[in-house]
Design a protein around this ligand. Structure first.
Ligand code: AHR
Length: 633
């Protein structure tokens, strides 16, 4: 018998308990969530024409040149100068390959835009979409009409005549004369909330459907950078998109055995867009900032302690950007971008996977300065990725003695570790510091291996582990799986929660585990016992129970990690139950089962009605995650 004491709340579950971790890894932003289809739209990749191919029999030496005006415009130095000499359509042009092709959908309108300047008129632009075989998917003509030294924006649209996952965009220059072009862009019209230059709607929908308590951004190691120069700097990611500085992606490296040489950050998805996304999906924003240390797996570059002020200033200015009123410098910028109201930033991370005394001393400086100005802002402190090691213990001890608000622990371990660690926080010191399980994912093989799969075993072990997080909600305040997205044609890391290609996306079994915990979060933990003990492995069961004050439901989550069915009687004490509830089950007899683009719901939840009496009879299938939800009377 499983006993639930429904009237005795032992811990408050924070609204932030289950959230999401976003990083631009695996083409998560450019080539993913950020719906721009043109790769290297302003020629700023290391090789200026990466992603572009010159096309046409009149392409000659000097007809297309990349010019660099760095002294005049350090943020967007390069542009393309085209000199046309009585060209006909198709004589002289460029093709953009997109991010592993462009996903084009029949009937959707595509918005083309370009910045240009020309001494005089005379050139007509031909814009076309082509499928992988070169067949047209639609085209249009655009005549730039402005002349002079100033840059102007011209726009055109194409409605696609067919669907194609690997399309490309052609841009032809017909006529006679010279034209400079930059920021050559193509966006679908069906972005999330139809925002121009916005986000890919299907990808945002997966996030919205989780109803996450928070969204952490922009990473991950990308925060730290390969070196300090390469660190993520939020100020480079706000304001007009043409003024945002490109940055080589920290994942554009062989890490550890896969290289993606064309991975850059346009910062079209920048800090304003992250805050807006958080607001859209009802999640608290959690930005993570560099603490003056580059990625310790990569280099050990540090900023000297006495030169840390600009880093700390970035953190202080970010609060002003998010929350400051429109008379402040950064609040004014936010307002100019379309959001005069505050984004209600309440927490911020200092450092990602940083460790050692060097981290502690830098963190102390940050904490002093931030808390002096914003005493209520909660700070997330890093504690690295070695959950069973001495380094981790040292740092956690230091952080607790500093009364850290939130300690960010990361675990990339095998499923056995996740099952075994369902009790991880049962004995954790209770005090002023709370835990943020900021990155975790069970690995079916070793981390980043191509054999690593998001299979039912990894998901089931995470579900077991998460029962322990919920049961210890008095010390664990937040948790997020990582990484979030992967492009099937351009990933650097496995496993990942949601997989996409240019047209499709699917949630892994791990996604459904995350979603079920989040949708069934509850507000207070109540005791659930088997033979008087919390349930974390006995009879291969892992369980937790909570009540939801908003819906007046009792929610019971039970993982059956055994290959045999199990039947348990659940006796609920302290409160009366409604006559019917629901039982949601995530199950597969095969622990190796995965979801795919073709079979996206091999492991997906199913909900049925559950009758209750004096007790509840729960018949569990082998390898199943079961969620009972019953109204309390
Ligand atoms: O989630 C992928 C990477 O794993 C993150 O960037 C980093 O924080 C961790 O090592």
């Amino acid at each position: 018998i499983l006993k639930v004491q429904a009237d005795k709340v032992t811990a408050t579950i924070q609204p932030t308990m289950w959230g999401i971790f976003f990083e631009d890894i695996n083409f998560g932003a450019d080539g993913g969530l950020y719906a721009e289809l043109v790769k290297n739209r302003s020629f700023e990749f290391t090789k200026p024409l990466m992603g572009w191919t010159k096309e046409g029999h009149k392409v000659v030496e000097g007809s297309m040149l990349i010019l660099n005006r760095k002294a005049e415009d350090p943020n967007n130095p390069r542009f393309l100068r085209v000199t046309a000499d009585h060209e006909g359509p198709g004589d002289l042009g460029l093709v953009n390959e997109g991010f592993r092709g462009m996903g084009i959908k029949k009937g959707v309108r595509y918005f083309f835009s370009i910045l240009y300047r020309q001494p005089q008129t005379g050139i007509t632009l031909h814009i076309g979409l082509k499928d992988a075989k070169g067949n047209s998917l639609g085209d249009t003509v655009l005549v730039p009409t402005e002349t002079g030294e100033q840059w102007h924006k011209a726009t055109a649209t194409i409605t696609a005549t067919a669907t194609e996952p690997k399309a490309s965009m052609t841009l032809g220059f017909e006529g006679d004369g010279r034209i400079d072009v930059d920021m050559i862009s193509l966006f679908p019209g069906d972005t999330w909330r139809n925002r121009p230059g916005g986000l890919r709607a299907d990808m945002v929908q997966w996030l919205a459907d989780m109803k996450p308590g928070f969204i952490r951004f922009p990473g991950g190691c990308i925060v730290e950078g390969m070196d300090l120069n390469n660190r993520y700097q939020w100020k480079k990611t706000v304001g007009p998109v043409e003024d945002r500085q490109f940055e080589i992606n920290r994942w554009n490296v062989e890490f550890p055995r896969r290289s993606t040489p064309d991975y850059f950050q346009s910062h079209g998805l920048g800090f304003f867009e992250y805050f807006q996304l958080a607001e859209d999906i009802g999640a608290q924003p959690l930005p993570i900032l560099n603490c003056g240390m580059a990625c310790q797996f990569n280099t050990a570059e540090l900023v000297p302690l006495d030169q840390e002020d600009p880093y700390i200033q970035d953190a202080l200015d970010l609060v002003e950007f998010a929350n400051g009123d429109t008379t402040t410098r950064w609040g004014k910028l936010r307002a100019s971008m379309g959001h005069p109201a505050s984004f209600h930033l309440q927490m911020m991370g200092v450092g990602n996977e940083n460790w050692g005394p060097q981290y502690v001393e830098r963190l102390q400086e940050f904490t002093k300065a931030i808390k002096a100005r914003y005493p209520d802002l909660k700070l997330v402190n890093s504690s690295g990725t070695d959950p069973d090691g001495a380094r981790f213990d040292y740092l956690n001890g230091e952080l607790r003695s500093m009364h850290a608000d939130l300690i960010d622990e990361h675990y990339y371990r095998n499923p056995e570790w996740f099952f075994a660690n369902a009790r991880r926080y049962d004995g954790y010191p209770r005090g002023s510091s709370h835990i943020f399980a900021g990155e975790y994912a069970a690995q079916s093989d070793h981390t980043v291996s191509p054999e690593n799969k998001n299979c039912w075993l990894t998901a089931l072990s995470e579900a077991a582990f998460m029962t322990g997080l919920e049961r210890n909600a008095d010390v664990v305040s937040m948790a997020s799986y990582a990484p979030l997205f992967a492009n099937a044609d351009a990933w650097q890391w496995t496993p990942d929660l949601i997989w996409v290609n240019n047209l499709q996306s699917y949630g892994t079994p791990d996604y459904y585990v995350q979603q079920l915990f989040s949708l069934n979060k509850g507000t207070g933990v109540v005791p659930l016992t088997l033979d008087g003990h919390t349930v974390a492995g006995q009879d291969s069961l892992y369980a937790t129970a909570c009540v939801d004050d908003a819906t007046h439901d009792l929610i019971i989550k039970v993982v059956n990690a055994s290959g045999q069915p199990a039947v348990k009687t659940i006796a609920v004490e302290g409160r009366k139950l409604g006559k019917t509830g629901t039982l949601t089950v995530l199950q597969n007899n095969d622990l190796g089962a995965v979801n795919t683009f073709d079979q996206p719901r091999q492991v997906a939840p199913h909900t049925t009605t559950l009758q209750t009496g004096k007790t509840i009879s729960l018949a569990m299938e082998p390898y199943s995650f079961n969620i009972i939800r019953i109204p309390l009377r």
